[in-house]
Design a protein around this ligand. Structure first.
Ligand SMILES: NC(=O)c1ccc[n+]([C@@H]2O[C@H](COP(=O)([O-])OP(=O)(O)OC[C@H]3O[C@@H](n4cnc5c(N)ncnc54)[C@H](OP(=O)(O)O)[C@@H]3O)[C@@H](O)[C@H]2O)c1
Length: 333
């Protein structure tokens, strides 16, 4: 089969192999063989093997997100051969830029109806990260897998939340979940070209990061926020510290927020959070419902045939994707 392989953790070079063996599910496990239709790239992922080596050495195949069809299912699986599914697959195993891949029961969900294969593969890692940030890690709702949406809505309603990179893969989900599901007041940051997009996702206020100095903006008492959800890190995260109320929460999916806390910051009682998402079937099923109900929608930046992986990763690396970049295993076939 065709597969994209990163030869070593120390280099981000990728190679297309056309004679790669098809993976074989481990017997007596919950592994399924899946025929891949589309797979999704994630910002920064080619650096993960170096910065976060997998717990056990494994082949480095990129693309954590997959949409495809079940080819074989283990005994007792809730899925049948032919089911159309999607997932963010576990980092312990190789990724999904290959014609056939492996997915385990606890990470796979049936695909949302009414979307293209590219739209489906654009959802899992971004939406699950946003979900876990808001429902688990921000600490506004102490909760586990069984999320009580009504309780969450009570707690988030009216909270002022700053979302940095609201136009990015994760930011679009954080913005939609906060604005459309939880009733929070969202202030999103993005570039000039994405202002109307972020508004259309439900943000109440949009700050153009080329024009607005977050430190100055946050100095006004009326602008202070209860929670920062940072999706970009570095300077944006550092500047976000000036916007948070005492007792608030600064959460980043990019780096531990204290690493970016600016000199001279004197706020009190602010909780800082960094986490790495984990694939979770229940969360993905909740997201499926929200998509099918029209409450949230995915966004695809571009679709590339597998053979054009270099162009796709170059676009990802320039940091200005509008939604997700997708590789198709069937385009041009
Ligand atoms: N912790 C976790 O579990 C987890 C999970 C998923 C992702 N991540 C990480 O989260 C980060 C974001 O991922 P992503 O997929 O959302 O990224 P992405 O889609 O590649 O982000 C691109 C977007 O960011 C915007 N942007 C760039 N610089 C900005 C700035 N200074 N202020 C505001 N917006 C800016 C760009 O808008 P313009 O084009 O207008 O500049 C573009 O829309 C990555 O580092 C990724 O590795 C972490």
């Amino acid at each position: 089969m065709r597969a994209i392989v990163q030869r070593s953790a120390s280099s981000t070079d990728l190679t297309l192999i056309t004679t790669h063996p098809v993976p074989i599910p481990i017997s007596n496990s919950t592994e399924h063989l899946i025929r891949v239709q589309t797979c999704g790239l994630c910002a920064g992922e080619l650096l993960w093997p170096k910065n976060f080596p997998p717990p056990k050495p494994r082949e480095l195949i990129p693309c954590p997100d997959i949409a495809g069809t079940i080819v074989s299912a283990p005994q007792g699986s809730p899925f049948r051969v032919g089911d159309e599914v999607y997932a963010r697959t576990n980092y312990n195993r190789p990724g999904n830029a290959r014609e056939y891949t492996i997915g385990v029961t606890d990470e796979i969900a049936l695909r949302p109806k009414g979307l293209s294969w590219a739209e489906i593969a654009s959802i899992p890692v971004s939406a699950e990260t946003a979900w876990q940030a808001l429902f688990i890690h921000a600490g506004i709702v102490a909760s586990d897998n069984d999320i009580d949406i009504a309780a969450a809505q009570k707690l988030w309603k009216g909270k002022r939340v700053l979302v940095t990179a609201a136009s990015g893969g994760v930011g679009i989900w954080v913005t939609q979940l906060l604005a459309r599901l939880l009733g929070a007041t969202v202030i999103g940051t993005c570039g000039t070209n994405n202002i109307s997009l972020v508004r259309s996702l439900g943000a109440d206020e949009v700050l153009d990061y080329h024009k607005t100095d977050l430190k100055k903006w946050g100095a006004l008492a009326a602008n202070k926020v209860d929670v920062v959800i940072d999706c970009i890190g570095k300077k944006s995260l550092a500047d976000s510290w000036w916007t948070i109320r005492d007792g608030g929460v600064v959460l980043s999916i990019f780096q531990p927020p204290r690493q970016a806390c600016p000199d001279g910051y004197k706020g009190k009682g602010v909780r800082d959070v960094f986490f790495v998402m984990s694939p979770n079937k229940k969360h993905l099923e909740m997201i499926t419902k929200l998509v099918e109900q029209g409450i949230c929608r995915p966004m695809v930046d571009s679709i590339w045939p597998l053979e054009q992986f270099k162009e796709a990763f170059t676009r990802l690396d320039n940091g200005h994707a509008r939604g997700k970049i997708i590789l198709s295993l069937t385009l041009n076939q």
